[in-house]
Design a protein around this ligand. Sequence first.
Ligand code: NAD
Length: 365
Amino acid sequence: MKLAGVRAQGEKRSPLSPETVKKFRQLGFEVAIEPGLGKDAGIPDAAFEEAGATVTTDAASGADVVLSAGPLEGEALSKLGRGTRLVGMLDPYDAKDRVHAYASAGIDAFAMELLPRITRAQSMDVLSSQANLAGYKAVIDAAANYGRAFPMMMTAAGTVPPAKVFVMGAGVAGLQAIATARRLGAVVSATDVRAAAGEQVESLGGTFIFVKEAMEEGEGTGGYAKELTPEQQKAQQELVTEHLKKMDVVITTALIPGRPAPKLITDDMLKGMKPGSVIVDLATPRGGNVDGEADGVTILRPKNILDGLAGEASNLLAKNFLSFVTLITDKEEKQIKVDPEDEIIKGVQLTRDGEIVHERFKGEG
Ligand code: NAD
């Protein structure tokens, strides 16, 4: 069996780490990587070679499984032979052409961001591993751009008040942002539309702020949020507008799977914020939670916040991919075996034998 790690365009993360190369070899794979696979993540080719990988420009050639941190298109995709299983963060939403391209190239593509949130899949959960790091990094970036201190400091010359941090969306990224802001000494509040988030926010020392009207119907399928009605949205905005006026730092993380990010902060709401305040909009890749600009308010809209944490992000991603490939590997018979009836496979498999098989993308195009 052969497994390859390839670079995706504009992607700094590596889908393999030297540690996972070793593990894949123990599973019975030969491993090949493209030169410079880990360069932007601080992993030199030599470290992969030491772990037992071959470094070659045609790494994907003849591979049973190809790993990629991001979607593959054009020339990068053309290097994969028919029947290759492509595993990665393939970003299938709003990318019909890409899903079709996988099908017509005869590639069996597995988009790891579609993983069902079940216990058995936890070790493969790329969204969680990456969101955790993103939540941490958002607070670090906010602190670096905030012209004042986070913790309360009592000095002989007087007291520095703690920064007030507000986290909108208390999922994986939001909870990590709360924990990080608390460690830096900030006073933290947070909001979400899922009632279950309240307890988690409080257990991390944050104050939970919620709109009852939005909460009652906010719980969607599989623990995810669904879109609010216009009335719920209005109630949420009224509450948040007042709260925002007192905040120094805001981290927004709200997402709804497969939908554009909900708009949580509008132009008018921004205008009421304190001069010198900082917002980090982590939902930027999915359209953003923050609309507009305001004088004196710094808004950071990182397209890929994990670029600044590529080493850690790669290590976690690589482990997520290892867990998934282990699921589709028959170690005894030394071959790839994909069970199309497995709930995890059903969740992530986009294409099989030249067809789009994923329920969500089937009818499109
Ligand atoms: P996400 O990235 O999809 O969204 C981030 C947060 O934004 C969510 O908490 C969501 O409720 C919130 N949000 C959406 N619309 C909002 C709005 N209008 N206003 C305020 N907040 C809004 O979520 P996630 O981080 O992937 O986590 C979603 C859920 O899945 C959580 O309950 C999490 O605990 C759960 N989860 C389960 C597993 C597992 O069981 N294996 C793994 C990871 C996450």
